[in-house]
Design a protein around this ligand. Structure first.
Ligand SMILES: [Zn+2]
Length: 501
């Protein structure tokens, strides 16, 4: 017997095979299963594999009896892919206990086979709405639904739930298509795949990296099937675990295995007409129509201890549009900053980076020349004999202390070229041009005598509330606030005099 079901709540199931190809809903075909849908026993849950979401993945609402309901032993709200703190805190803010509800049937897909769980709502008989935050398989029979307590009769995906599900279906069906083409054209099996959280690209893991030409070939081939709008339907059989080997949870392995976490009791084969047959418990789109596939033009190598494999990233449906929108926004804003058209952006950015490198080199050269000039100037000003100098600068450099350090090195070089090194004590300070109460003035002390350096450092700490320290003949520190030569400058002079006296 062939039963063909396109389930609607309370609806009729057509047994007319002719309507299968003309119907926009995915076909559910069974040659072996003696199963009436929905089950005539409202107190018995429908097995995973034949849930309403698996019979008709486009169904958004279902009226169904509750089988059981109990308060969850776990107080933690399942994260179910929620990553942001805001999402988590809004879930934790609810002081109400979690309920675990088993329904006779459901349109909310329970997590499994690499596809995350749906979210949605339940509406109780008293018209109150309850959030379903996670759906899980429960033993061999049914999905467990976690929710805030109440009475419930109508289960809905809602706007957010449907958006999430539609995105999952686009990525999942695309993965089946991509894996099939990889296998058929390049003999590349899919080792695993990951349905990542929106809007990140999903990926398949394959045994080796791929060239750009291979990726283009696979993308073209896959989109040929998309253009033809190949239909997708599901075949179901009763499932005997002993007959089929287990494979990893997110593995594919066409027709060879069923994920170890699959406990539904129903074997489902997803068929892309003329392209692929693959065991799968997930929800699939009824056709490839409009499912444009974009494959990122490179693979990421994965090195493990014994094997080397690669990840191939892909996008389709809402994620592809989100990616296009964000890529376009980035390009447009960069083009505006660069004052050029989008096609000129790479060239302009390269030009700016080159110019920046040259400018940095020139700044370094000019700074070295300036540091040497300042060092000579200090020596000239000090005249013969003992050198005791404070020199203040105004400088908006990001590393003003680095420049003071360059002056001290240049000063040491100048002294090195003299036949006799004179006794010296130099204090350099540097403030930004716009001074504020929280602004920083940097200070550097260097001298021929270590002891003097330490003494001046301690003196400045005491009189000016400068924080700093040093080693050997160099000391550096920071002053926070407005630096005035008639005030802070004079205090420096006082410290120099007291040390010198
Ligand atoms: Zn699948």
């Amino acid at each position: 017997m062939i039963a063909y079901c396109t389930a609607r709540p309370g609806g009729q199931y057509s047994r007319d095979l002719e309507t299968r190809w003309g119907n926009s809903l995915p076909a559910l075909v069974s040659e072996t299963l003696n199963f009436q849908c929905p089950s005539p026993h409202p107190r018995v849950p429908i097995p995973v594999g034949l849930l309403a979401c698996q019979r008709d993945p486009l169904l958004r609402e279902l009226s169904t009896p509750v089988v059981s309901c109990r308060v969850s032993e776990s107080s933690a709200v399942p994260s179910n892919g929620r990553k942001s703190k805001k999402d988590k805190s809004s879930m934790q803010a609810s002081a109400q206990p979690l309920l675990e509800v088993v329904l006779h049937d459901t349109i909310l897909f329970p997590e499994g086979g690499g596809q995350p769980s749906d979210i949605g709502t339940l509406t109780s008989a008293d018209d109150q709405l309850w959030d379903v935050v996670e759906v899980k398989r429960h033993e061999r029979q049914h999905a467990l639904q976690f929710l805030i307590p109440g009475m419930y009769t109508i289960v809905q995906l809602g706007e957010d739930g449907f958006k999430r599900r539609y995105d999952h279906m686009c990525m999942h069906t695309s993965q089946h298509l991509l894996s099939a083409v990889l296998e058929a054209r390049l003999n590349l099996p899919t080792l695993s795949w990951c349905l990542t959280a929106f809007p990140s690209p999903c990926y398949v893991e394959i045994p080796r990296g791929m060239s750009l030409a291979e990726i283009t070939l696979v993308q073209d081939e896959a989109n040929k099937f998309v253009f033809e709008g190949r239909s997708v339907h599901v075949e179901v059989e009763e499932f005997d675990r002993n007959e089929i080997p287990e494979v990893a949870k997110d593995s594919r392995s066409t027709g060879k295995g069923v994920p170890a976490d699959y406990t539904g009791g129903i074997k489902r084969t997803v068929v892309i007409d003329g392209v692929d047959r693959n065991l799968c418990c997930g929800t699939q789109l009824p056709s490839l129509h409009n499912l444009q596939l974009f494959i990122f033009p490179h693979t990421d190598a994965l090195s493990r201890s014994s094997t080397t494999s690669a990840r191939l990233y892909f996008l389709s449906g809402p994620r592809l549009l989100a990616h296009l929108a964000s890529a376009n926004a980035l390009l447009t804003s960069t083009a505006a900053t660069m004052s050029c058209g989008a096609p000129e952006v790479p060239e302009r950015v390269e030009q700016v980076v080159e110019e920046r490198k040259r400018a940095t080199k020139r700044t370094e050269d000019v700074e070295a020349e300036l540091a040497a000039a300042i060092a000579r100037d200090i020596l000239r000003e000090a005249g013969p004999g003992k050198i005791v100098v404070h020199r203040h600068r105004t400088d908006d450099a990001t590393n003003a202390l680095g420049f003071l350090s360059s002056i001290s090195s240049a000063f040491a070089n100048e002294l090195g070229s003299r036949p006799e090194v004179p006794s010296h004590l130099v204090v350099l300070s540097s403030s930004p041009s716009a001074q504020t109460m929280s602004g920083t003035t940097v200070i550097m002390i260097f001298a021929s005598d270590e002891k003097v350096v330490k003494e001046v450092g301690e003196g400045l700490k005491g009189k000016l509330n400068i924080k700093g320290g040093g080693k050997g003949t160099r000391w550096s520190g920071k002053f926070t606030g407005v630096w005035k030569e008639g005030r802070e400058g004079l205090l420096v002079q006082e410290v120099l005099k007291s040390v010198n006296a």
